[in-house]
Design a protein around this ligand. Structure first.
Ligand code: ADP
Length: 631
């Protein structure tokens, strides 16, 4: 067959592999072995429902052969094999899964790419780091024909028929010639192969066999030795989650996680749970140190892998994780689940529900522990996944709020640090009754809001809410430790003394005609105009009445487009202690036309301060210009 070219992305990846200066080239063996193990899994899985697969569990194996004279390393499996089309599709095109993330990273700096290579499954092509020719002979399960895929690298590949008497795949890697810097021959050495398999592939559940030579005493002799060749199993075959945790190093968990879940960073936290009793299971879970690219998109699928006694039965079991913990990756292995169970049945499974419940509890308690004992990492976690926790509070009518309320944090006006609600309450002053918060686009903008300035000037802490979900979550919470939440831009602040309140009331009454006139001048843009005594230096600000705050209106409009009928009831507040008030009173008596214009300008100012756009910018601009000309 004529040579075929690789698909573009594959070629890019391939080029990188061929020219790799990566120091951990040895990971190629791990990649090839893990593919072999996956292929056996597929056939094994099939054998559970298909009696025509005549192999039994003990028959499956991966075999390694090294040939020093040919400089070849061969990896043989008796898994599902590949058809001609599959050879073309799988090895001619970059595969989805692991390589997907890689592709997304592929335009970064070269240096970074090189680091990424060792970190997660880049798959089959990694063999080109050590090889200048790879031959894959494969016979798919159920097929009589076998095919040979050959490639010497970037110039493409060929596929021809070949002979192969059993199902499975044989991959022959022709090692590159040694150079001054690289000793490729080392991969032909028995000790090296053993070392690599212990290091990277120990937990593979099928035996990785190799014919090894050792000496033993000749039978009947006391001092004469003979060399014998014997099959040796190089891996312990115990999955990492079945090992005693004290025997597993952090790096091993990290490596397992990165390979399995295609992450280029180690996890932030490893959670292990072994339960015995009603349902026996082991769970090994990870909290990633960053959100996957698609985490906040519809494409992201939550779920844990589900194993039945070490055999994978479902890749993403959604029912095992609540949405608010959807960032957790990992697996559950239970000997109590039936292997042949269908997906539908699984969803109904009582045992599965019990496991899910216990897992959820465990995750909650581990996160709390992390919050208490490892603040730095918790904040890192929270910056990636905090939004999800807040959604959790809001969702299902607040039915999970008890469980989640201690895990959420907000930036506080005290040094702009993240605080939990518990910490906020601990900081509260004796006379302070409510938990103050303000919402806006950014910390900077919120901290400059007039109302925030006045609350902090009284020495109270304010929580800064910058995400769309924040205020909705707090509304669902309603209280925390019996303290109500109070939006300083919406709800009535109770910062004044009775005397001050009385004074303000009288002033409002005295100015009521003027205030109504201003309201009229604004043509229905606001529901009320009040004098306020809480502002420090600002002349005006906006607040709102009713259920919706200005920020909530913004959020609702964003999600519903501009069609939303949800409107906050906006109030224009005028600083009773500001010289502008006298000016307005004066105009009300002497120049109503001008007061109309000033009202519009003041309202525009208040909108800008609240981070809202001005509805009629050219009109406002013209008004300001005219004032400039007049003065
Ligand atoms: P990934 O393993 O991330 O999917 P690879 O590049 O390692 O990507 O492999 C591409 C695909 O080739 C695999 O998904 C699998 O379908 C197929 N494949 C690779 N090695 C084997 C094998 N030994 N037996 C059967 N199929 C294989």
């Amino acid at each position: 067959m004529p040579k075929k070219q690789f698909k573009t992305e594959s070629k890019k990846l391939l080029d990188m592999m061929i020219n790799s200066i990566y120091t951990h080239k040895e990971i190629f063996l791990r990649e090839i072995i893990s593919n072999a193990s996956d292929a056996i899994d597929k056939l094994y899985f099939r054998s559970l429902t298909d009696d025509s697969v005549s192999l039994s569990k003990e028959d499956y194996e991966i075999r390694i052969k090294s040939d020093k004279s040919e400089r070849t390393l061969t990896i043989i499996d008796n898994g599902c094999g590949m058809t001609k089309e599959e050879l073309e599709k799988n090895l001619g095109t970059i595969a989805k899964s692991g390589s997907y993330d890689f592709k997304n990273n592929a335009d970064n700096e070269n240096k970074e790419q090189v680091d990424i290579i060792g970190q997660f499954g880049v798959g089959f092509y990694s063999a080109f780091m050590v090889s200048d020719k790879i031959v894959v002979e494969s016979r798919a399960y159920g097929s009589q024909d076998a095919y040979r895929w050959t490639s010497t690298g970037a110039d493409g590949y060929t596929i021809d028929s070949c002979d192969k008497d059993s199902t499975g795949t044989v991959i022959t890697i022709h090692l590159k010639e040694d150079t001054n810097d690289e000793n490729y021959s080392t991969y032909l050495e028995e000790y090296k192969i053993k070392e690599l398999i212990k290091k990277y592939s120990d937990y593979i559940r099928y035996p990785i066999k190799m014919l090894t030579e050792h000496e033993r005493l000749k039978e009947g002799s006391k001092d004469e030795y003979e060399k014998i060749s014997e099959d040796e199993i190089l891996n312990s075959m115990i999955p990492i989650w079945k090992k005693d945790p004290s025997e597993v190093k952090d790096e091993e968990y990290a490596q397992f996680y990165q390979e399995k879940f295609y992450d280029y960073e180690a996890p932030l936290k490893v959670i292990r749970q072994k339960a015995e009793g009603m349902t026996d299971y082991t769970a090994l879970m990870f909290i990633p140190s960053h959100a996957p690219i698609d985490y906040y998109s519809r494409d992201y699928e939550k779920g844990l892998q589900l194993y039945s006694s070490g055999v994978l039965i479902m890749d993403k079991c959604k029912d095992l994780l609540p949405d608010y913990f959807s960032f957790v990756r990992g697996l559950v292995d239970s000997s109590d689940l039936s292997l042949n169970i269908s997906r539908e049945m699984l969803q109904q499974d009582r045992q599965l529900k019990a496991i899910a419940k216990a897992i959820e509890k465990k995750i909650s308690s581990e996160l709390l522990k992390m919050l208490e004992n490892d603040r730095e990492n918790y904040e890192k976690f929270y910056r990636s996944f905090g939004t999800q926790l807040k959604w959790g509070i809001y969702s299902d009518y607040g039915s999970h709020k008890e469980q989640l309320q201690d895990l959420i944090m907000f930036t506080s006006s005290n040094e702009n640090k993240l605080v939990t609600l518990k910490e906020y309450v601990e900081h509260m002053k004796d006379e302070q009754k409510k938990i103050y918060y303000a919402a806006g686009d950014s910390i900077e903008k919120i901290s400059l809001l007039p109302q925030v300035e006045s609350v902090t000037a009284h020495g109270y802490e304010v929580l800064y809410l910058t995400e769309d979900i924040d205020e909705f979550a707090l509304q669902v919470l309603h209280t925390y430790m019996d303290k109500e939440f109070l939006n300083v831009c919406k709800d009535e602040l109770d910062l004044s003394t009775d005397e001050e309140k009385e004074k303000l009331k009288t002033e409002n009454e005295k100015s009521s005609e003027m205030l109504s006139f201003i309201k009229e001048s604004l043509d229905g843009a606001v529901t009320a105009v009040h004098l306020t005594n809480t502002l420090q230096n600002h002349a005006v600000c906006l607040s709102s009445e009713g259920m919706l705050s200005v920020e909530m209106e913004k959020t609702l409009n964003k999600s519903a487009g501009n069609e939303s009928h949800m409107k906050a009831e906006i109030v224009l507040e005028i600083n009773a202690n500001h010289p502008i008030k006298e000016k307005l009173m004066d105009l009300f008596k002497n120049d109503k036309e001008k007061l109309k214009k000033y009202s519009k300008i003041l309202y525009a100012q208040a909108r800008l301060i609240s981070g809202l756009s001005v509805e009629n910018p050219s009109e406002v601009s013209e008004l300001i210009c005219n004032i400039m000309i007049e003065s």
